[in-house]
Design a protein around this ligand. Structure first.
Ligand SMILES: O=P(O)(O)OC[C@H]1O[C@](O)(CO)[C@@H](O)[C@@H]1O
Length: 545
């Protein structure tokens, strides 16, 4: 493949960056008061204002040239056509099939996968109904009321976003808890106050081989047995979602209660599959399918919209603009919606596990930056924490501000205040405050000039910090689906242009393997093969036991 840095459009962007680098956002808005209309896009219930970027119409055109020269359109079609875009594992990445609500076939190796996708949704629907009606019940005949999602990574982060974000849609009388970490505190906390007769554990693991999930599933089963359950009752309280039927049945789960996954779905893209079963139980299957509808609407937009009107494409290109041409290293995601508080954590896996890559699809080292460090949290909490660094720190940190126009939980005038803060922070990032403005303000307040001049530099806010505003009416299942799918596709757009495989994750393997070997010698064994520091810390651990 041609390195992106060798493309004409890349070189043109480098020159263009030098030409516009001294133009600041304030000036761009002064020169053109139609920026919002020019640079805003809407699709699938989302409105995205891209006007607050260090970019002119010319910049956008040049970024689109880059997308064209990198054959992005072909890349998008390759995904929807089920081509093996995950080349190192020789698989397609077909999360779009999981939410394909049309009649169109999606083929893998010539075979349409849609019948099995639809069949699984049907099975999920009848299981959810059976739990709600009490047809599938606990071993003492009681209805199952508390669902415990045991899973990690993609079997935890995305699903947790869904259940948290859609809290108002929960069916009455249900509780949903999560156990992910191998830290015993996690399972202990989840089992506290749990009633074994009314609890359903859903072991979510594509591989059914993930250490944390297996250990937690074993601990949950041990807890269940300690509480008086019998081994023969396990099948009434444990179900699984996995590609590994054998391992799940060996654990004691009834084969009929194992829901399938497929190799062509990556863990971090799996919340749309049967991995979503725990969420479907508490939300109801209709709501779960509305989530799929919203994602499908974004998929259709991504598949069919022109590049310049395509939300994930424009978002991805702007990310490249800052990471590769301005030297930005991170991307902040600031959610002005408490219901989306877990979204930044999900994006960390989705983006950093996908695009944290150092070689191209062909295995050649890249000499350009790839995935950004993604971080963030909720507004206004973040304003009282890291916004200081955003406004006055030394780094360039592009930010996404995300907010609904209406609240799921209206309280007095809270939402108006939240929205005012959402815009106020963006205005500060855009306009900042000059030294002259600060001085004038201090003098008007009656401060003597010497003091005012000494204090002024501390109060200057440079502004000119690029950011995107994503708004929508209300956080509904459809909007949530579209929002998550928007970011999934943005990640793919960037991975495609960087020439990397966004769908493997070899980097997570080594630490796991070494951890297993260390576990073998943790209590006894020869520490000579280990470096001095590791050996010393193992000894420290041994002495503490
Ligand atoms: O669903 P599984 O197979 O337990 O995997 C859990 C997670 O582990 C990873 O493989 C590595 O972190 C993720 O990609 C995945 O989401």
């Amino acid at each position: 493949m041609t390195a992106p840095t060798e493309l004409n459009a890349w070189k043109a962007l480098q020159n263009h960056k030098s030409a516009i680098e001294s133009t600041d956002l304030r000036a761009l808005f002064q020169q053109d008061n139609t920026r919002h209309d020019k640079f805003s896009l809407e699709a699938a219930g989302l409105h995205i204002d891209f006007s607050r970027h260090r970019a002119t119409q010319d910049t956008f055109q040049r970024l689109l040239d880059l997308a064209r020269e990198a054959n992005l359109e072909a890349g998008i079609q390759a995904m929807f056509n089920g081509e093996p875009i995950n080349n190192t594992e020789r698989r397609p990445a077909l999360h779009v099939a999981l939410r394909n609500r049309s009649d169109a076939a999606i083929k893998v190796d010539g075979k349409d996968v849609m019948p099995t996708v639809r069949d699984t949704l049907k099975r999920m629907r009848s299981f959810v109904k059976a739990v709600h009606r009490g047809d599938f019940k606990g071993h003492t005949g009681k209805k199952l009321r508390t669902i415990v999602n045991i899973g990690i990574g993609g079997s935890f982060l995305g699903p947790k976003v869904v259940s948290d974000a859609l809290r108002p849609y929960w069916q009455d009388g249900y509780d949903l808890r999560y156990v992910a970490n191998i830290d015993g505190t996690d399972i202990t906390t989840a089992c506290r106050d749990l009633d074994p007769e009314t609890t359903l554990f859903v072991v979510c693991s594509k591989s059914f081989g993930t250490l944390e999930t297996l250990k937690n599933a074993e601990a949950a089963r041990a807890w269940f047995l300690q509480q008086g359950g019998k081994q023969k009752d396990v099948k009434h309280h444990f179900v699984a979602v996995s590609t590994n039927i054998r391992a799940a049945t060996e654990f004691g789960i009834d084969e009929n209660n194992i829901y399938p996954m497929w190799d062509w779905v990556g863990g971090r893209y799996s919340l749309w599959s049967a991995i979503g079963l725990p969420q479907a139980i508490v939300l109801g299957m209709d709501t779960f399918e509305q989530l799929l509808d919203g994602a499908h609407a974004m998929d259709e937009h991504f598949r069919t919209a022109k590049l310049g009107e395509n939300l994930p494409v424009v978002m991805g290109l702007l990310g490249i603009w800052y990471q590769n041409f301005w030297g930005a290293e991170s991307q902040a995601v600031l959610v002005y919606d408490e219901s989306l508080k877990e979204f930044p954590a999900h994006l960390q896996q989705m983006d950093m596990e996908s695009n944290g890559k150092r070689v191209t699809r062909d295995g050649d080292p890249v000499n350009w930056q790839t995935g950004a460090v993604v971080w963030g949290g909720t507004g206004t909490n973040g304003q009282h924490a890291y916004h200081q660094l955003l406004h006055q720190g030394t780094r360039l940190i592009p930010a996404d501000f995300i907010m609904p126009l209406r609240s799921q939980n209206p309280v007095a005038d809270h939402h108006a205040w939240l929205f005012a803060n959402f815009l106020g922070q963006q205005q500060a990032m855009l306009e900042g405050k000059t030294e002259d403005e600060v001085l004038a303000e201090l003098l008007t307040q009656g401060m003597d000039e010497k003091q005012a001049r000494a204090l002024a530099p501390h109060k200057v806010i440079p502004g000119n910090q690029p950011h995107t505003a994503i708004t929508f009416d209300l956080l509904t299942p459809e909007v949530l689906g579209a929002l998550i799918a928007l970011y999934e596709h943005k990640v793919y757009v960037q991975g495609h242009i960087w020439g990397i495989n966004s769908f493997d994750q070899w980097g997570v393997e080594l630490g796991k393997v070494l951890g297993n070997a260390i576990h073998d010698v943790l209590h006894k064994g020869d520490l000579k093969p280990y470096d001095d520091s590791t050996a010393a810390l193992i000894r420290r651990y041994r002495n503490s036991q």
